[in-house]
Each structure stands twice: as C-alpha cells, then as structure tokens.
Design a protein around this ligand. Structure first.
Ligand SMILES: NC(=O)C1=CN([C@@H]2O[C@H](COP(=O)(O)OP(=O)(O)OC[C@H]3O[C@@H](n4cnc5c(N)ncnc54)[C@H](O)[C@@H]3O)[C@@H](O)[C@H]2O)C=CC1
Ligand SMILES: O=C(O)C(=O)[C@H](O)COP(=O)(O)O
Length: 379
C-alpha cells in the first residue's frame, strides 16, 4: 500500500511504515501526479483535499492530523466512498494552554488581575470548553456563546453573542464555516467590534477568515480594543504586515503545536487508518513522546504576587513571547520570502510539552489549586 503524507506530520514514516510504504512531501506541494498510484493520503491543514487533488487517484482513505476540517471536501469524499478521518480534540488542550499563556502576558502588561476579568468564549467545543475550565480555575467570570449547542441542549448557560462581547477578553474557538445556520466566515467584522466592550482584548486562534482583517485593524486603530492576540491570519502564509504591527501577541498558527497534541493527532489518524483497512495497530502515543524538558518547578523559585507566579510557571514551560518574537523577524525578510518564512517557523517548531508534564512542588494551597486547574501536576 502506498501512503503519501505531509512531511510536517511528526513520526509519520516511523508510524505508518507498519501499514505500507510511506512517501512524504510538503503539504502545499501535494499534486494529483504524486497521488496517482497512492491508496492513502495523510495531510495537515494546508492541503486542499477534494476532486482537484484526488479525482484521478486510487486513494481509498484520506485523513488530516488536525482538528479543523475546512480544507477537506468531506461531501465529495463520501460520494466517492473514500474513507476519511480527522483528529478531533487532539490539540485542543494545546490551544487552551496558548490562550492561558496569552491572557497571563496581556494581563501582566496591562496591570490587570485576571480574577477581576471576564472572558467571552465563542464556540464551546473541544477547545472552548478547555479554555472555560482554565479560565474558571483562574477565577475569571466566563460567558459562553455557542448557538448550535444552545439549540441542541437548550441549556441557558449558552448566552447571546452580545453578552460574550461584553467581556474583558473575547476569544473565538469556532470552526471556519461559510454555510448553514451559523456561518463563521468574517464573524468578527465591523458590527462585531462595534458591540465589543470598550478596551476588551480580542484573541483569534480559530481560523484567519473567521475575522475580517480590515475590521480588526480598525478596532485597534480606533482603540475599540486594548489588546490583540493572533495565532491565525487571513491568507496564511501571506499575512498582513499591518496587522502584525498592531497585534500585541502574534504567532504563526502554532497554538495547537504542543508536541503532545501533534503526536495525539498522528496516532488518531493512524488508528483510524488501521480500522479502515482492518489492521491491528502496532504503534501507540507513548512510543513517540520524549521526556519532559521541565519535569519539575520549585514554587519557591516563583516570585511576586500569585498571578506573577502562575505566569512565571507557565513561561518556564511555554514562553509565548518566543513565538511572538520569531514571527516578528518576518519583517526582515524580502516581501516574496515572507510566506516561506512563516511556513518555515511552523515546520521547524521547537518541541513544546503541555503543562501536565511538569510537576510543581511546594506551592501553597491557593496557588496549587490554580496551577492544577490550568493543567500542571502539583505536589
Ligand atoms: N490555531 C490552532 O493551532 C488550532 C486551531 N483550531 C481551530 O479551532 C476550531 C475549533 O476547534 P474545536 O473546539 O476542537 O472544535 P469543536 O467542533 O469541538 O467545537 C467548535 C464549537 O463551535 C461551535 N460553533 C459553530 N459555529 C458557531 C458560531 N457561529 N458561533 C459560536 N459557536 C459556534 C460548535 O457548535 C462547536 O461547539 C477548529 O475548527 C480549528 O479551526 C483547532 C486546533 C488548533
Ligand atoms: O488542528 C488544527 O485545526 C490546526 O489548526 C492545526 O494545529 C494546524 O496545524 P497544521 O495542520 O496547519 O500544521
């Protein structure tokens, strides 16, 4: 069996060689020619999967090692009886840790106590519900907005969008959709920002096209918002330099790039592929995860007030500002090389482990509760 895989899926050759012959290629360069005699296609978010790529192929199973599926024509795959799998939830905790790190940085910069702040979470699925849990652990007031879930559950905890926009932090965790009852394409437009709480912090880790770039730029310039955190951009990898300048924290679509999340995504599509072809899986997550680089933190080394200590613990494991400063070097590149630089940062992303791999020793009860709530082990 011939398997064509995106070379940015970690360990894909090691893992899938138990099923067939693996050939890897950069996701943006996948072509019908490459897939002519392949039976399996494994992609990440940058490869459009549909008739254009697969019509002339013999592919029987396609999978994406991502949560988002907006790059996949699922209806066409189904029509053609091509098996399909994605990796729901695989890197959701990674995104929630990114949001936690971003809020701690912004709150520190603006002199705010998170426990005095509210957060509006738009989209409360795998990612949004993890953000909710961490925000509650930090004693933030949470407002949830998810019209599809509101209709399905009739639970009054789901509030109208306007209420979520009335919070100090507003974060989007919806899929990118263009049709249906609740399309999210350009959801964050001028009207959205006209309703946002003056001075709110806006965060987008969903998909770039969920926001309208010009509307976000205006919201900063007209001081409608006091902070902007962007991990995703319209027209990636060719991102707006103007928007980059205006963002307080800017990263190259890596919120979900914890090593734990990447390996989990790879194993999820491996298991699905095995199921599809009736093969017994012989690889598992633990085969691919290295030892944590920060296994312990001594709480005595964390200084300042409680929030500063939490921020210090988080930064020891994941310093979001490193990702920000690497992306800002994009301005030193020639204009034509900037998309290449954006993709290069993603391809060569350093190993980042999730908080759960780090044990904090000696924290007092209050600090231990919060650290444990955002995902650390505490002792
Ligand atoms: N930046 C990154 O690295 C990553 C980004 N993502 C993005 O995050 C998105 C969300 O991921 P999950 O939480 O795992 O998806 P999910 O499918 O578990 O949850 C999405 C939620 O959004 C809700 N929703 C849909 N339309 C909505 C609307 N108009 N307004 C409010 N809520 C709406 C759905 O009902 C659902 O509960 C993914 O589709 C992907 O695009 C996911 C992982 C990593
Ligand atoms: O899982 C998702 O959805 C994501 O956005 C991924 O983390 C993005 O990673 P790539 O597939 O673009 O490498």
């Amino acid at each position: 069996m011939k398997i064509i895989a995106d070379s940015n899926i970690p360990f894909v050759s090691e893992c899938f060689s138990s099923i067939g012959e693996v050939q890897t290629a950069p996701g943006r360069q996948m072509s019908p020619e490459m897939l002519k005699d392949a039976q399996v296609l494994l992609v990440r978010s940058v490869t459009k999967v549909g008739p254009g790529l697969l019509e002339a192929s013999d592919v029987k199973f396609a999978a994406t090692a991502t949560i988002g599926v907006d790059h996949i024509d699922q209806q066409w795959l189904e029509q053609k009886n091509i098996g399909f799998a994605s990796a729901p939830g695989s890197n959701a905790n990674s995104v929630a840790e990114y949001i936690t790190a971003a809020m701690l940085k912004i709150a520190g910069k603006q002199g705010k106590k998170l426990s005095d702040c509210s957060i509006g979470i738009i989209g409360v699925g795998n990612v949004g519900s993890r953000v909710e849990k961490k925000a509650i652990s930090l004693d933030m007031k949470v407002v949830l907005n998810d019209p599809p879930l509101a209709r399905k559950t009739a639970d009054p905890k789901y509030r109208p969008l306007e209420e979520a926009l009335g919070c100090d932090f507003v974060t989007i965790h919806t899929p990118l959709t263009r049709d249906g009852q609740d399309p999210t394409y350009h959801m964050a437009d001028r009207e959205f920002f006209s309703k946002i709480k003056p001075g709110a912090v806006f965060m987008n880790t969903a998909r770039g096209a969920v926001m309208e770039t010009a509307a976000v730029e205006n919201a900063v310039k007209e001081a409608k918002i006091s902070g902007l955190v962007l991990d995703v951009w319209e027209n990636e990898p060719d991102i707006s330099m103007e928007m980059l300048k205006l963002a307080d924290i800017a990263t190259p679509h890596i919120a979900g790039y914890s090593f734990d999340g990447k390996v989990a995504g790879m194993i999820m599509i491996y298991d699905a592929c095995c199921r599809h072809f009736g093969i017994e899986p012989s690889r598992k997550t633990a085969d691919f995860l290295p030892r944590a680089s920060v296994p312990f933190i001594d709480a005595a080394e964390l200084t300042g007030d409680e929030q500063s200590r939490i921020e210090a613990a988080v930064s020891r494991v994941y310093d979001i500002m490193n990702d920000d400063s690497e992306l800002r070097k994009i301005t030193e590149q020639d204009a034509g090389q900037r998309p290449v630089y954006f993709d290069m940062l993603r391809k060569n992303y350093p190993v980042r482990r999730e908080f759960t791999n780090t044990k904090v020793k000696g924290a007092n009860k209050g600090l231990a509760r919060k650290l444990s709530g955002i995902g650390f082990q505490v002792e």
